[in-house]
Design a protein around this ligand. Structure first.
Ligand code: ATP
Ligand code: ZN
Length: 213
C-alpha cells in the first residue's frame, strides 16, 4: 500500500488561499469544504490537514505531518527541528518595532531598559541581543498594538504589511527586524517513499512557476 504524504496547511487565514492554490495548480485534487479538518486527494498520494498556523511546525517536527506551509516568522519563532524545503514567495510581511508617534527616536539604543510587547519573543530577543540592547520583553498573544496606549509597554514588535494598523493605534514603525514570506517546512525523518512523493510535488511546483514566468 502506498503511503500518503501528509501536508499541513493553515485552516483559515492569510496563508490559506495561496497554500491551497499551490497544490491545486500542481493538479492535486482535494475537497477543502468549509469546516473540514482533513482531506485526501482523489488523484495523488497526499492528504491535507487544516490547522492553526502556530501548530504546524510542531506537527511537522513530530512527523504527524510530513510537510507544512507557514510564514518564516512562525517557523523561526517556533524553534522546531524541521527542514527548510522551499521558499514560496507569498504572504510577504515584516516584523517591526513601533513606538508612539509623538515619541522621539534616534536609534535602537533608545529601547535600552524599555518594555516591549510582542508575540515574537525569540526573534525580538535575538535582534536586541545582536544589537547589544537589553529591554524587557512582554509576551502577549494578540492585540499587541494597543499595549502602549494602555500602559503595558513603551513599544511593540509586531507583523506589519501596510502600516494601517499601526497608524490607527497612534504608532510609528522605527525598526524592521525581520522580513518574512511563506516557507514549506518538512519533517527531517520522512520515509524514502514520502521523500519521493515530495520530490514529485516540488517538480510540479517548479514546472508551474516556470510556466508563469
Ligand atoms: P491562525 O488562526 O491560523 O493562528 P493567525 O491569525 O496567526 O492565524 P494570519 O493573520 O492568518 O495568522 O497570518 C498568517 C501568516 O501570514 C503570518 O504569520 C505572516 O507570516 C503572514 N502575513 C502576511 N501578511 C500579514 C499581515 N498583514 N498580518 C499578519 N500576518 C501576515
Ligand atoms: Zn496563528
Amino acid at each position: 500500500m502506498t503511503q500518503n504524504l501528509r501536508i499541513a496547511v493553515q485552516k483559515s487565514g492569510r496563508l490559506s488561499e495561496d497554500s491551497l492554490n499551490l497544490f491545486k495548480e500542481c493538479g492535486i485534487k482535494f475537497d477543502n469544504g468549509a469546516g473540514k479538518l482533513k482531506a485526501t486527494s482523489s488523484n495523488f498520494p497526499a492528504e491535507f490537514l487544516f490547522l492553526r498556523d502556530d501548530d504546524i511546525p510542531g506537527y511537522v517536527e513530530d512527523g504527524v505531518a510530513d510537510i507544512g506551509i507557514v510564514g518564516q516568522n512562525v517557523h523561526v519563532e517556533s524553534n522546531k527541528n524541521v527542514s527548510e524545503v522551499k521558499l514560496l514567495g507569498f504572504s510577504k510581511c515584516r516584523l517591526s518595532i513601533a513606538i508612539p508617534r509623538s515619541d522621539a527616536y534616534n536609534g535602537i539604543e533608545d529601547l535600552e531598559g524599555k518594555d516591549i510587547a510582542t508575540s515574537y519573543p525569540i526573534i525580538l530577543g535575538n535582534y536586541l541581543k545582536d544589537n547589544g540592547v537589553t529591554s524587557h520583553i512582554h509576551e502577549i498573544s494578540g492585540s499587541v498594538e494597543i499595549a502602549p496606549s494602555i500602559g503595558l509597554a513603551h513599544a511593540v514588535c509586531d507583523i506589519v504589511s501596510s502600516g494601517g494598523t499601526l497608524l490607527s493605534n497612534g504608532l510609528k514603525e522605527v525598526e524592521v527586524i525581520f522580513r518574512s514570506e511563506a516557507i514549506m517546512i518538512g519533517c527531517p525523518t520522512m520515509s524514502a517513499e514520502k521523500q519521493d512523493i515530495l520530490k514529485q510535488i516540488l517538480f510540479r511546483i517548479d514546472a508551474v512557476q516556470r510556466a508563469k514566468n
